[in-house]
Every structure is written in structure tokens, then in C-alpha cells.
Design a protein around this ligand. Sequence first.
Ligand code: HEM
Ligand code: HEM
Length: 205
Amino acid sequence: MDANQPQAWTRTARLLHWGMALAVLVEVPAGFAMAWTYGSKVAGDQALHLRASQTHHTLGMLILLAVLYRLFWRWKHGAPALPGGTAAWQRLAARGTQAALYLLLLLIPLSGWAALSALGAGGGYPAPEMWFFTHDGFASGLIPHLVEPHPWNAKVLLGYGLFARAHVYMLMLGGVLVLVHGLAALYHHFIRRDGVLRQMWSGRP
Ligand code: HEM
Ligand code: HEM
């Protein structure tokens, strides 16, 4: 074993893991509430749409910042070893799933940000909905555009549709991976009884 390998998940690692899991748990319903109330004429739906969009975009950008910090932290500190008896394929599956989750935690918010960046007023669609930390985060220069904005229905490759579709497909993949990841943690806890989940929860083996 590497002498520098940590023996346990530290408080910071655990706070980042569970804090981000909680943030995703809020982010997903906010995304659905936003998507399902697009263009609604009902006053209550419009208010919900505004709140859900603000929550979704702001929290999503915070998740992006948090994962950058988390990856830096992980690179500096490493991870505790899996229990001795873990089969090679299980090690590979665990690390592969976790690496894919990290990648999606980067790419999902980036694709959402790019989708909003690609939106421009015009084409009969009302001014783009770009509520971040202010009511008009893009225009005030707080958050840069990742791609050039165009009217929403312009025939361009790097338009809203491409990034929004990527956002949704990656979400589906993320849902499957989180399920596999959570079930694997329960398998360790209840069947193998090897302390992998307890370690992430309390920091004690
Ligand atoms: C980990 C972070 C994120 C998660 C888990 C997430 C999740 C979701 C979900 C569940 C939806 C509804 C899917 C649907 O359309 O049926 C959605 C839609 C959307 N999200 Fe996110 N999101 C994240 C970050 C962001 C960020 C940072 C932005 C922009 C700043 C963003 C912008 C959007 C947009 C524009 C849509 C509508 C896509 C469409 O037209 O269907 N998302 N997101
Ligand atoms: C369903 C609830 C969840 C449970 C029970 C759970 C449990 C765990 C456990 C026990 C570990 C440590 C594995 C090890 O020691 O090798 C871990 C690591 C990890 N989890 Fe979760 N998790 C959950 C939700 C999530 C969610 C929602 C995400 C992402 C959005 C996530 C992302 C990660 C990542 C990226 C790692 C790897 C940490 C690293 O090696 O740096 N987890 N999880």
C-alpha cells in the first residue's frame, strides 16, 4: 500500500460528498419543475418557473464550482483503499462509476450553462431566461457566455437544442450510475458488512 494513502475519508471529503449529493437531490426536481412549466400561461406556473429556474441555475453553477474544488482536493489527498477481499472487477467497477460521476458533475452543469449561453432573444421567443446570481447575470457580465448567443430557432450547430439534449442524455446516464453506486454502497453495508459506507458517513472504519 502507498505510504501516503489516507486511512479514512476526512471531514472535508465527507462534507463534500454528502453536501453535493444533497445539492443534486434539490437540483433535479428544480430542473423538472422548470422544464415542465416552460411557456405556461397559468400565473402560478409562471411564478414556479421563475423560482425553479433561479434555483436550478444558481445551484447548478455552485455544484460546478464545488466539483472543481472537490477534484483538486481528491488529487491532493487521494482516497482510502477498498477492503482487502474486494474482487478486481468490483474495484474497477467502483472506481469507473465514481470517475464517470465526477465527469458528469462537470459536464452536466457545463452543458446547461452552454445551453443558456446559446439562447438569444428573437425568433418570436421572449428574452432568454438567464437568472443566475442576479436577474441578468449574462448581460451584467457576471457570468460569461460559453458560446455565441443566437435567436433560439436559428439553424446553428452550437445552439440551445444541442446542449439541452446533451444535458438531458447525460442526466439519464447519471441517474443509472447513481443507482448502481447507491446499491453498491448498500451491498457493502448489509451484505459484505465491510464498513465502506460507514467510512464515508462517519469517517470511522
Ligand atoms: C449537476 C447539475 C445539474 C443537474 C443535476 C441538472 C438537472 C436538470 C434536470 C433534471 C432537468 C430537467 C430535464 C428535462 O428537461 O426534462 C434540467 C434541465 C435544464 N437545466 Fe439543468 N441540471 C444541472 C445544472 C444546470 C446548470 C448549471 C444550468 C445552467 C446554468 C442548467 C440549465 C438547464 C436547462 C437550460 C434545462 C432545460 C433543458 C431542456 O430544454 O429540456 N442545468 N437540468
Ligand atoms: C445514494 C446515496 C449515496 C451513497 C450511499 C453513497 C456512498 C458512497 C460511498 C460509501 C463512497 C466511498 C466509496 C469508497 O470508499 O471507495 C462514495 C464515493 C463517491 N460518491 Fe457516493 N454515495 C451516494 C450518492 C452519491 C451521489 C448522488 C454522487 C454524485 C452526484 C456521488 C458521488 C461519489 C463519488 C464521485 C465518489 C468517489 C469519491 C472519491 O473517490 O473521490 N455519490 N459514495
